[in-house]
Design a protein. Structure first.
Length: 135
């Protein structure tokens, strides 16, 4: 949970004591390992040994999707009020979900964090600066 944040939401309202939480997060990791051995024999080349080739392929794909909610103040959060869905701009387009790819998640700063902490770190480092009060 991120507390005492200042930002302007997509409707233009500025908050100075907001609480932001990860609403939903999904981390997908797919690993494809493949090893192929091929032996070729050519009847026309009986004097030659069969050719042998090996190929090893390893591919890992990992991505994270997350959405956030917010309360206008800590008092609203503590009172159990319904949160608002957080919308933010990515490349000039309003989004309600962030997407982190393998390159971003591979950075050292995420390595020891749990899923929620990864989302919160990305939020404070990348999304929050775009929600500057008054913009």
């Amino acid at each position: 949970m991120l507390e005492n944040l200042s930002f302007t939401d997509a409707q233009g309202q500025t908050f100075t004591d907001a609480v932001v939480r990860v609403h939903k997060a999904n981390l997908n990791r797919q690993v494809n390992d493949r090893h192929t051995d091929t032996v070729n024999f050519d009847l026309n080349k009986l004097s030659e040994e069969p050719t042998k080739t090996s190929d090893t392929f390893n591919n890992e794909n990992i991505d994270l999707n997350a959405s956030f909610v917010y309360w206008p103040s800590e008092a609203a959060y503590l009172a159990g009020n319904q949160p608002y869905n957080l919308t933010f701009k990515v490349d000039g387009i309003y989004q309600s979900e962030l997407y982190l790819n393998k390159q971003e998640l591979g950075k050292d700063k995420y390595s020891s964090l749990d899923l929620e902490a990864k989302c919160e770190l990305y939020f404070t480092d990348v999304i929050l600066p775009t929600l500057t009060p008054g913009e």
